[in-house]
Design a binder for this molecule. Structure first.
Ligand SMILES: [Zn+2]
Length: 447
């Protein structure tokens, strides 16, 4: 154990870093082959340490969010999730002399070998790579082919960005800035896991943070420390639940409360009530778009009047891949029959707006190609697409009538001038930042 444990810590690399990148050259596969050539001269454990570092350095360089280490029978397969998509990085016969999985297991705080009654294990470790402290969360899972390890690489820098950098269009940004300065009410953010909700929440809190107000958060877990903000972590084990945490927070004289997630009636009820009694709340909730938050709250049993009187609005978001600027090609707009086919199942009002937006002249559409810079994916980096629904009298009336999501959504588009996620995405594709196919891929589950 000690042998595994001591070499890994804080081997900070000095000197040769390029700004924003590491001193790595070549691919992971090339690095692996170089390592193999050194075999025989170094003990296997040293090689495993070098290989795990090499994999993590490449993961950081490629901006991977997850590293998958699969021992498939006699083979070792390493895949990275980059910009939301898994990519093969290394596929090679397993080298029995390089105990890579054991090395990762020990870093994560597990025993070098899985226990006999092995189900799954979770751990984490921190490492200095390319001058940055990288947090890695490790999950181990037994498959019929052997142990599978998934390493979540936490990019804390991303969590610290400002509201102006989120990628909201200028008009929406102005509205959001005004909205989050309300003295009371509740604002929801929704989006799939990994859609950047936490980043947006933090950016909003940072934007309104002054010494004159008391901001308290309740999170699971606290992912990033915000200066001047009181952050607390819920813990199901000790009974410090969302609802219990909220009750305690309310006795701490808060102005602004951030509740990491609402998923049960108690938390929803306390949150919405405190939004009515002089507190400003921010929270996330799991739904596919902004309008369906209301139905989700109905399902939890929250009375319509409470929703209608406390809710300021809701933002839904997704991350889309940006087209690679090195190799993107100009593209013609889609033909009208294609667009008709695409919008045929939409609400007529929305279909008309979407069709007009896609076909309006003056677009700078791009199509992905692929080059060395983007590892032949055609894309590099990601950005957010957003929809912002603001509460108004008409929506409030529909809430009191217990109206379904499609009615709420239609009203928000019509009377609230809501631009849907799809419309914001198309606007960004028109500007040439991403492609229409990427927007359709990401929003496909919603139309
Ligand atoms: Zn490219």
């Amino acid at each position: 154990m000690a042998f595994w444990g001591n070499k890994q810590q804080e081997d900070e690399q000095g000197g040769q870093q390029q700004p924003g990148g590491s001193a790595l050259t070549g691919t992971l596969e090339e690095g692996y082959n170089e390592l193999l050539q050194a075999k025989g001269r170094s003990p296997g454990i040293d090689l495993a340490i070098k290989l795990s570092d090499l994999i993590l350095e490449h993961a950081v360089r490629e901006r991977a969010s997850d590293v998958h280490l699969e021992s498939q029978g006699a083979n070792l397969r390493v895949r990275f999730r980059v910009d939301g998509i898994l990519q093969d990085m290394l596929a090679t016969p397993k080298n029995a002399e390089i105990p890579l999985t054991q090395r990762i297991r020990v870093l994560a705080g597990f025993d070098p070998e899985p226990p006999a009654s092995f189900r799954n294990e979770e751990g984490r470790f921190q490492k200095m790579l390319s001058g940055r402290a990288i947090q890695v969360r490790v999950s181990s899972f037994p498959t019929v082919n052997g142990e599978k390890l998934v390493l979540r690489v936490m990019d804390r820098q991303q969590l610290g960005i400002d509201l102006d950098q989120l990628g909201l269009d200028p008009e929406t940004l102005t509205v959001v800035k005004k909205l989050i300065r309300n003295p009371y009410g509740i604002f929801f953010i929704t989006g799939a896991t990994g859609s950047g909700k936490t980043t947006s929440l933090y950016a909003m809190l940072k934007n309104i943070n002054t010494p004159m107000i008391n901001i308290i958060t309740l999170e699971d877990p606290v992912e990033y420390r915000l200066e001047g903000i009181n952050q607390a972590q819920i813990s199901a084990k000790t009974g410090f639940t969302w609802a219990e945490g909220l009750r305690s927070i309310l006795r701490q004289d808060p102005n602004v409360i951030m509740v990491g997630e609402i998923r049960d009636y108690d938390t929803a009820e306390i949150s919405l009530r405190s939004a009515l009694t002089g507190h400003l709340l921010f929270t996330t909730i799991h739904t596919i778009n902004a309008a369906s938050i209301i139905e989700r709250l109905f399902e939890m049993g929250v009375p319509p009047f409470l929703i209608g009187s406390s809710m300021l609005g809701a933002m839904s978001q997704r991350l889309v891949r940006k087209v690679c600027p090195q190799c993107a090609q100009k593209a013609a707009p889609p033909s009208e029959p294609m667009v008709n086919e695409f919008v045929k199942n939409m609400d007529p009002e929305e279909a008309k707006l979407v069709k007009e937006l896609i076909l309006r002249p003056g677009a700078d559409y791009k199509v992905e190609k692929g080059c060395q810079a983007c590892r032949n994916t055609g894309y590099a980096g990601r950005m957010g697409i957003f929809e912002l629904m603001l509460m108004n009298e008409e929506i409030r009336k529909h809430i009191l009538d217990h109206a379904p999501t499609d009615v709420i959504k239609r009203t928000a588009i019509k009377s609230g001038k809501m631009r849907t996620l799809l419309m914001d995405g198309i606007t960004k594709a028109r500007a040439g930042s991403t492609t229409l196919s990427e927007i359709i891929r990401v929003t496909a589950t919603m139309v």
